[in-house]
Design a protein around this ligand. Sequence first.
Ligand code: KG4
Ligand code: ZN
Length: 328
Amino acid sequence: MTILGIESSCDETAAAVWADGSILSNIIASQTIHEQFGGVVPELASRAHHKTIWKTVDQALREADISLDQVDSIAVARGPGLIGSLLVGLSFAKGLSISQERPIIGVNHIDAHMYANFIEHEEVYPFLALIVSGGHTRLVQVDELFSHKVLGKTRDDAAGEAFDKIGKLLNLDYPAGPIVDKLSKEGDPAFHDFPRSMINKGLDFSFSGLKTSVLYYTQEKGEEFVQQNLNDICASVSAAITDVLHVKLKRAVKKTGVKNIMVAGGVSANSMLREKVEEMAQKMDLHLMIPSIQYCTDNAAMIAITGALKAREGRYDDLQIKPFARLA
Ligand code: KG4
Ligand code: ZN
């Protein structure tokens, strides 16, 4: 079976080909136009998707060395995401579905972040997933394919959003997450003790207090101090965020007794988080699944593999399928 995956939920236009258990190509066209605005501008994102989608799909097919005729189904992200951006990918996929007479499979972008782990890890259930992206932070128990129970979620900002907003306070470019990560490697995580909200109880998260705390800290210390100690401040912020994330995951393991754990979404690329979770898995004798960096942030390989899992179950959609910005 050969699946073409298409992803356009935010600011990445992506296409990938999955065939018989392997990813044959994974093309990502990142939109750089938003950098100057310090965040994604939805209207510009839709236009950029529109401009690049055909080229991206074509490149994915070429790299996989297959023709459109060989594609059995078209999997496409249908939400959550920016409605205009989703519309471009979904409309394009519908066009292909009509012209090629092949079924379409709508994929939940957050599910896809999670199932991206099955590109490189064997499928295993039950598992606990810590999903940490730019728009979502949740802990989910998955007992079987597509059967998800939410154990905890953020009450305000998502972890990636916290990295990005705090990065903005530190005058870093958007998205700041990878930059904060890089600077942290040269810094001291114990330089300043930023708050770890709600770390001592429950499985919900809260990151807006940390953001406010960094705001007050930078105002009090002044720009020169911040620039001189940027690596240490970034390392201290990374420590605060990753401490909360890995402690909550550990609590969920203790509460449920589930021994298979997974980290997914853009923030799973974070080196401090990866280190902490790996250490925890070793100490607690857990089976850890975490994607290689290329499958952490938005990509279409994750859409293609989730499409393949849905196809296996016969879960196809028809042309009535609509994009849904707030898809649960
Ligand atoms: O999953 P993703 O690519 O898109 C969404 O679905 O939101 O996640 C993007 C988020 C951004 O907030 C970005 O700053 C963050 O993931 N991110 C990171 C790293 N790489 C990406 N945050 C911390 N460390 C990283 N290495
Ligand atoms: Zn994403």
